[in-house]
Design a protein. Structure first.
Length: 102
């Protein structure tokens, strides 16, 4: 097993997908609303657990959203947790009502 990972944006499915060793290992679903990218759900297949793929996926997805000049809205608890642990995205995040960065 080579342990190669890659993340791609799949616009047809409205999600970012992480591949490990050529196999789909998980995804972060989103909805684009105007200038906002709303992350709604993140999932890593149990067969790929414990490899840090969720973090790899979150970083790549969030970096892409920022690079495209969009605003991140973290409805998904995993993405919200990642953002809280990685505050460098602060200027690019709009927290959903009732939540915060802390």
């Amino acid at each position: 097993m080579s342990d190669e990972t890659s993340v791609v944006r799949n616009d047809d499915e409205s999600r970012y997908e992480v591949f490990a060793d050529g196999k789909l290992a998980g995804f972060a679903a989103y909805t684009d609303r105007g200038p906002l990218t709303v992350f709604t759900h993140t999932e890593i297949d149990d067969a790929f657990g414990g490899r840090g793929l969720g973090k790899v996926l979150a970083k790549a997805a969030l970096d892409d959203v920022v690079e495209r000049g969009r605003v991140i809205v973290p409805v998904c608890p995993f993405i919200a947790g990642y953002l809280r642990k990685n505050p460098g995205y602060g200027d690019h995040v709009r927290w959903p009502e009732g939540t915060s960065a802390s």
